[in-house]
Design a protein around this ligand. Structure first.
Ligand SMILES: [Zn+2]
Length: 237
């Protein structure tokens, strides 16, 4: 068999394996498992977002603590100045008192912000806990479903494994470059190969332009030509 026909035969087995896999996936148990998995991943994402938020709040807390220390130093310096060189003029006393008040206001503002952050962190921790618990529940449920699935679906699983082995065998006969082209086309369209029938692509039933037909006619046995309308590789004959 030439490479093109080997590839065609490989596709037939590959499609059989995909069909078996789809049948298994359609089973209610498998769908519940998929659902649990999707939800679990969503929980993990949420958990990570909360952790990021907490880390950001931690940075903000550090910055406020630094600023708070600076304000307290400033206040101490003012007090010291007051003790060492007490102002005698009323205006100077007022000015100093105003400065002290500004300092105290700033300190109060920072302390309030720290309290608010602490409250938000507690709230985040609570939510993270709930998410962790829900994640653990989903995971346990998934494991339970998987055990049930393994118990109920061994014939289907065995059939799929057997078919996958056949696919692997066929794969070994095919040129790696062709195989790669097949697999990359399969990401966009499946099955990725079509036949040339009466000048048409059997995948999408479009009549092929003469340029493509010429390409096909002149192609050697390792060159794939794609249908311009559906993207499948066309196999002659
Ligand atoms: Zn086509």
């Amino acid at each position: 068999m030439d490479q093109m026909n080997l590839l065609w035969a490989y596709q037939a087995e590959d499609m059989k394996a995909d069909r078996l896999e789809r049948e298994i996936r359609r089973s209610p148990l498998r769908q519940k498992m998929e659902n649990d998995r999707t939800q679990y991943m969503e929980k993990q994402k949420q958990h990570k977002q909360i952790q990021d938020q907490v880390a950001q709040m931690g940075d903000r807390k550090d910055a406020i603590r630094d600023a708070l220390t600076r304000s307290q130093d400033q206040l101490n310096a003012l007090q010291k100045r007051y003790e060492v060189t007490p102002p005698t003029e009323l205006e100077a006393v007022r000015a100093m008192a105003a400065e002290v008040n500004r300092c105290l206001d700033t300190i109060t503002r920072y302390e309030k912000e720290l309290e608010k952050i602490a409250e938000r962190v507690r709230d985040c921790d609570k939510r993270a806990d709930a998410i962790r618990r829900e994640g653990a529940r989903l995971r346990a449920e998934f494991e339970q479903l998987k055990a049930q699935f393994d118990e109920q679906y061994p014939p289907q699983k065995a059939a799929l494994e057997k078919q996958r082995a056949v696919v692997e065998q066929k794969k070994a006969e095919i040129d790696p470059v062709l195989l790669e082209q097949y697999l990359s086309a399969k990401k966009h369209i499946t099955p990725p190969l079509s036949r040339l029938t009466n000048g048409q692509c059997s995948g999408c039933n479009t009549s092929l332009p003469s340029a493509v037909l010429n390409q096909l006619r002149n192609a050697d046995e390792k060159t794939l030509v794609a249908c311009e309308s559906c993207g499948r590789f066309i196999i002659k004959g």
